[in-house]
Design a protein around this ligand. Structure first.
Ligand code: PLP
Length: 393
């Protein structure tokens, strides 16, 4: 009998990838499936970024690089933090990894001991709790609802912190809710964190530019600069530049922990792909017009989809602040549907009967909701809405 570690038995495969795979299987079997499960932009990677990669291949940038990233890419990241976020970092405070997922994974392994608590507001990106579990930490989930636009309050954060709390994770704009914290809301959370110096903070800014609140992007360090010595800013090029396949993410924070994360990476994957690093540098250093064009399209689709979803029976959808997801409540639709008692069963039914793939909210710690990705064309969205309309009647 082949024995598996307790570590791997504690986690589950990514449910969002599972939905995408299920949809692909049904499609391969000849079914007409609309996938609204995808966590990636539908746009092509911009040409100037691709060309930088081609140039990197041609000029022999095809060997190992420094584990923590090429000096040129790290410089581009430092400049980006200065330019866009007003944050100052030295090169030894930056680690480039194979995607934002690896950045968080390295962080969890670098700071958590068995039983250490990591506070994760729900709805959360599906991977945080499982990565904490791999590190043998304990995810402590704070629940929210549409009433607070899926954001936690300072009181909730205060109540969740214990002596064992090692990390607080915040993701704004959020996958899956699409909501962003305001500067004042972040300040209120920052005030709580100031009182608990043993708590480190991870701000996951992966969706930074995909925002339409009319206010500039801000993270918890902008709100509470006093947290600089224990905050990690996680970001990457996957979503902003439609570069999910290139696998480049980066982290910035206190040199001691960044160094520990680098040590872990040096014994697992080493450097991220050299060619992808050249492409990421071009993305960060180049014109940002391509980002604006994508965001404009996302906003149009968002506006359409929110309005359309609110016309469906049993579905309620808040307007989001950014990202390419909406996270409507299907509570009433679940009650009304035959033979269905929860969001997972309803998602299954909608996939089988309407040919629409959505991700059930329980995957994100918020049962009764569904995550719909609008990283797909307007025509496809319209067809999806009409199928859902029929199925929910
Ligand atoms: N953080 C959030 C909130 C995400 O939604 C994702 C991707 O889905 C990531 C991080 C990781 O992105 P990647 O590893 O593809 O760079």
């Amino acid at each position: 009998d082949l024995q598996l570690s307790s570590r791997v038995q504690a986690i589950k495969p990514s449910p969002t990838l599972a939905v995408t795979n299920k949809a692909a299987e049904l499609r391969a079997a000849g079914h007409d499936i609309i996938g609204l499960g995808a966590g990636e932009p539908d746009f092509d990677t911009p040409d100037h970024i691709k060309n930088a990669a081609i140039e990197a291949i041609k000029t022999g940038q095809t060997k190992y690089t420094a584990v923590d990233g090429t000096p040129a890419l790290k410089k581009a990241i430092i400049n980006k933090f200065k330019r866009d976020n007003g944050l100052d970092y030295e090169a030894n405070q930056i680690l480039v990894s194979s995607g934002g997922k690896q950045s968080f994974f390295n962080l969890a392994l670098a700071i958590l001991n068995p039983g250490d608590e990591a506070i994760i507001p729900a709805p959360y990106w599906v991977s945080y709790p499982d990565m904490v579990l791999v590190a043998e930490g304990k995810p402590v989930v704070i629940e929210t609802s549409a009433a607070t636009r899926f954001k936690i309050t300072a009181e909730q954060l205060e109540a969740a912190i214990t002596e064992r709390t090692r990390l607080f994770v915040i993701n704004s704009p959020s996958n899956p809710s699409g909501m962003a914290y305001t500067l004042d809301e972040l300040k209120a959370l920052g005030e709580v964190l100031k009182k608990h110096p043993h708590v480190m903070v991870a701000t996951d800014d992966m969706y930074e530019p995909i925002l339409w609140t009319g206010q500039p992007f801000c993270n918890i360090l902008n709100a509470t600069p006093e947290l600089y010595d224990r905050t990690f800013v996680l970001n990457g090029v996957s979503k902003a530049y439609s570069m999910t396949g290139w696998r480049i993410g980066y982290a910035a924070g206190p040199a001691k922990v960044i160094g520990a994360m680098k040590k872990i990476q040096s014994q697992s994957t080493s450097n991220p792909a050299s060619i992808s690093q050249a492409a990421a540098q071009a993305a960060l250093d180049g014109s940002q017009d391509c980002v604006g064009e994508m965001v404009k399209a996302f906003k149009e689709r968002h506006d359409y989809l929110v309005e359309a979803l609110n016309t469906l029976p049993g579905v309620e959808c808040l307007k989001g602040d950014g990202t390419f997801y909406v996270f409507p409540s299907f509570h009433q639709a679940i009650e009304a549907a035959d033979g269905v008692s929860n969001d997972v069963e309803l998602a299954e039914k909608l996939l089988q009967e309407a040919g629409v793939a959505l991700v059930p909210g329980s995957a994100f710690g918020a049962p009764g909701h569904m995550r719909l990705s609008f990283a797909t064309s307007m025509d496809i969205l319209k067809e999806a809405v009409s199928r859902l309309q029929n199925a929910l009647k």
